[in-house]
Design a protein around this ligand. Structure first.
Ligand code: COI
Length: 411
């Protein structure tokens, strides 16, 4: 299917009425998706459907709702082989912020390259943040669920404060995510085949030469359908505990989602992967004794049915899946401790698992520390992690009632 063939028809008109919180009517009226205007955001407790707005050439209609006029159309790709690589979708969202720190109204543009000054703050001094969240297609084929988008908005705002950047408001952020997901609705995988990964970026795009905050910022959201993050799929991963390289230092930026944190782990990760490990588990840089996190996710251990995870103290990312997992575990009756967790405890744990937006929940099958390999489980999830994984993912995919009020329904 040629991407040019799915240009939206005239008179796009999105109506989305989330079941929990957000109802946004977006109007846009040209073939090129001119800037939509946000008429309202209101709180609502009922879900109202619409036709989703974009008229697309049917390419692979694999799901439809025969009881209504709604028709869900999917991009023509092999949904069984989607991994965690970029599959460019149709549109990206772009919003600029001027020198006064005010964001203009954002707009949807065709997904594509952007132009940037060689002197941009993000390129020269790493002034950039990103976020990651997911949208799931519900079983009915038409409703899409976002998982806790306000949490990403708040985390981006915290990170922006640390990085001396202005940031979109929570409302602007959630509207932008909503609009981007709906514009790319055909890229949200069918139920059970993965999710649409949403990647918001905030970066200093104004030109600087001397070290200073950039004079202008750009907020972009792009999306890609994704499947499992690790090549192991949902099979257990094998971690190596890193003793030399560190991800973060006290007082540094390890607790915010700045782009540099991820460049900093590439070296250790590459070495580990070359040796056959799935990823790296970092220790604190002072005592080299306490667990921090894996390159792209948080870590949990289970011992005698008590769940423990490193506490948030500035050097690990406050993961939204981590936080959700803690709440899910407590509602399931488990004792959960957020505290310093030693590498010795890790080696003696009954179960170990990782959480993250991209990773979701991944069981750890083995950990190697100073040449000693310790294995967990029998090639699958442990009992506790399986239970928590099932509850969390059922909630994210809309398979069980969302008593936590975490999901936002876009229809
Ligand atoms: C996410 O889980 O969304 C992340 O940002 C991790 C990234 C390295 C894929």
């Amino acid at each position: 299917m040629e991407r040019a063939a799915i240009l939206p028809s005239v008179n796009q008109n999105y109506l989305l009425c989330p079941s929990r919180a957000f109802s946004t009517r977006l109007h846009s009226s040209t073939r090129n998706l001119s800037p939509p205007s946000f008429a309202s955001i209101k709180h609502s407790s009922s879900s109202v459907s619409s036709n989703g707005g974009i008229s697309l050439t049917r390419c692979n209609a694999v799901s439809s709702n025969s009881s209504s006029t709604l028709v869900t159309e999917l991009a023509d790709i092999d949904w069984d082989t989607v991994g965690f690589g970029l599959k460019p979708a149709d549109y990206m969202y772009v919003m600029k912020c001027n020198i006064d720190g005010e964001f203009s109204k954002g707009e949807l543009q065709r997904f594509g390259n952007i132009e940037i000054s060689p002197s941009a703050g993000v390129l020269n001094y790493g002034q950039g943040l990103f976020e990651g969240l997911k949208a799931y297609r519900k079983k009915d084929g038409n409703n899409i669920l976002l998982f806790r988008p306000e949490e990403n908005a708040k985390r981006m705002r915290n990170g922006a404060e640390r990085m001396c950047m202005p940031a979109p408001t929570v409302e602007q952020f959630v509207e932008a995510v909503t609009e981007t997901v709906l514009a790319n609705k055909r890229w949200v995988p069918p139920p059970g085949k993965g999710s649409l990964y949403v990647r918001p970026l905030l970066m200093g795009t104004g030109a600087v030469l001397g070290l200073a905050p950039a004079p202008e910022y750009t907020f972009i959201i792009y999306v890609s359908p994704v499947g499992n993050y690790f090549k192991e799929g949902v099979a257990p991963i094998n971690l190596i505990v890193e003793n030399e390289f560190h991800r973060a230092t006290p007082g540094g930026t390890g607790g915010v989602k700045t782009i540099g944190n991820y460049a900093a782990v590439l070296k250790a990760q590459s070495i580990a992967k070359a040796k056959g490990y799935s990823d790296v588990l970092y220790l604190d840089c002072i005592y080299k004794r306490y667990l921090e996190e894996v390159s792209s996710c948080n870590i949990f251990i289970v011992k005698d049915n008590v769940i423990s995870t490193p506490e948030i103290k500035g050097t690990i990312l406050p993961g939204i899946t981590r936080k959700s997992m803690i709440d899910v575990a407590r509602t399931q009756g488990f004792q959960v401790e957020e505290r310093n967790v030693t590498v010795d405890e890790l080696l003696e744990a009954d179960e170990v698992f990782c959480t993250g937006t991209a990773v979701v929940v991944s069981p750890v099958g083995s950990v190697t520390y100073k040449g000693k390999r310790v294995s967990y489980g029998e090639g699958t999830f442990g009992t506790v992690s399986k239970q928590l994984y099932t509850v969390l993912t059922s909630l994210q995919m809309g398979l069980i009632e969302d008593n936590m009020k975490w999901t936002v329904n876009l229809s």
